[in-house]
Ligand binder design. Sequence first.
Ligand code: LLP
Length: 463
Amino acid sequence: MSRSAHPAGPRHADVLPEGHYSAPAADLNALDPKVWAQTVTRTEDGSVSVGGIDVSALAEEFGTPAYFVDETDFRARARAWRTAFGHDADVFYAGKAFLSRAVVRWLDEEGLNLDVCSGGELTTALSAGMPADRIAFHGNNKSVAEITRAIDVGVGRIVLDSFQEIVRVAHIAQSLGKRQRVQIRVTVGVEAHTHEFIATAHEDQKFGIALADGQAAEAVRRALTLDGLELVGIHSHIGSQIFDMAGFEVAARRVVSLLAEIRDEHGVELPEIDLGGGLGIAYTSDDDPSEPHEIAKALGEIVTRECEAARLRTPRISVEPGRAIVGPTAFTLYEVGTVKPLEGLRTYVSVDGGMSDNIRTALYDAEYSVALVSRTSDAEPMLVRVVGKHCESGDIVVKDAFLPSDLAPGDLVAVPATGAYCRSMASNYNHALRPPVVAVRDGEARVIVRRETEEDLLRLDVG
Ligand code: LLP
């Protein structure tokens, strides 16, 4: 994906090449299981249900826009990751993808650990009862208050991101009379094939300490001398929405060679490596993500092989999937407000949400799918752009998709695979009220994050 201006439409010189659009699906009423949560099906009367509940009933009860998360699917995916990695590895769910107290409980029950990257995420995790020693604390600029709290409550590890932070964390730990388990985050210098804003292993970006020029080795040297720190491992996260395992392979190889260097220089074999998150999911039928057992097998084999070659004991591996667990488990339900055909161009379908509940399309040129879910239709497909209700033309939810040409105001449409980085990046732009997250399971639906109200807005505006 290249970084380009928002496609504001062909009239703004951004004409999409001939053949850009995939042909419409043979049956617009079909729901591709690749992009929809596990329990989503079309019922006999033509509408769509999740967890056994019809979307029209959900819209009636909870309003639109709203995110619906399929709890059965979430738990199944969390369990699949846990099972795939087994007892010799740890799975840390990356809370930034989406975090709420209900999610923390699901993770705890399914045996996953949790990554947090802010004081707010840490508070959410602790308040839902996640044991502190199963929490890892990340971030390139953790505040002194955040570090102090994390050490004080006993987080399992802090991932150090800079030379200054090595000293800062050591100092705080020592002043609290503690020795904090830490990993050092390194940048391994691989280009992950993803959007520039979500690639993190090349050197020209803000995260981690470069392996190049012996910088990571120097960071290790310093960390090993500080009493407040117990250095347990090396961490690498190469980026997000990645399908190609080659980047992970290079990262694992380079991290293992650092472990060998550390052994040779200090006589210490660090017991852990963390290969981060970043595994891609299907946003459209064109995407083909790997299954957790394939990923676990591939990563396990790479690390074992590299360690054997370097004559190192195989360290304990951990991974940090966020999107791959929560992303596919949710969809956003919208009501259509207007349908505006632009002759010779496309039809603009305006829904009752937009960039405030899904910024990913505007920010990363992300692709999404969309379906009419309140009924079936046999009408011809029409090329649409699904847009929100915000005051700017970049307010696009789904750039190009096909919907039935009899689509009308009042219809419900749903955008699948919005579980990750949609609610967590939602905003109040134009004083929009952030939508609720509703968990659905076995015929029951319950709000896990409520809809914002105008009182919420006014409460922050102190006048
Ligand atoms: N571990 C670390 C250290 C991370 O920085 C991230 C994501 C993850 C794990 C989880 O990555 P995942 O498996 O979810 O791809 N807002 C962007 C994604 C930013 C990811 C930031 N770090 C998006 O909407 O695509």
